[in-house]
Design a protein around this ligand. Structure first.
Ligand SMILES: [Zn+2]
Length: 141
């Protein structure tokens, strides 16, 4: 018995509404949908979040998420799709098995971006870019 909810779903120890599967990833319906058709894509192998997941699992998940997004456009008439993943509780993550939300969107729907569209300070943007460039490790590329 796994303690992780999504590992239990992978193991079919608890039911889910699966919509597609690959060797490395599973797509299922989110039972707390932000919009109709909201799905999740999870890797079969456990990792807490996208910061810790193996590259091949992230690749498999995003590839399947794109397929689910295309299905939302073709099958649900979505005008667009929001792909979203949260890493760690500070970002709002509540289930600590990496997952990508695939949220079908309609023109003019009420799904809101969590930040205002306001230009940033260019000096601050340059400073943050330099800090990020200096923080990569040999494992990143
Ligand atoms: Zn898990």
């Amino acid at each position: 018995m796994h303690s992780c909810l999504f590992c239990q779903i992978v193991a079919e120890e608890i039911p889910s509404y699966r919509i597609a599967e690959t060797e490395r990833a599973i797509a299922l319906m989110d039972i707390f949908p932000a919009t109709p058709g909201h799905a999740l894509v999870i890797p079969r192998r456990h990792s807490a979040d996208a910061l810790e997941a193996a590259a091949e699992d992230l690749t498999a998940c995003m590839t399947l998420a794109a397929s689910v997004g295309r299905a939302a456009v073709a099958g649900l008439g979505a005008d667009g799709v929001t792909f979203q993943t949260l890493a760690r509780s500070a970002a709002g993550q509540t289930i600590f098995h990496v997952h990508i939300h695939v949220i079908p969107r309609q023109d003019g729907d009420q799904f809101a971006f969590p930040w205002p569209s306001v230009p940033g300070d260019v000096t601050e943007i340059e400073a943050q870019a330099e800090r990020l460039r200096g923080a990569f490790t040999n494992d990143d590329f």
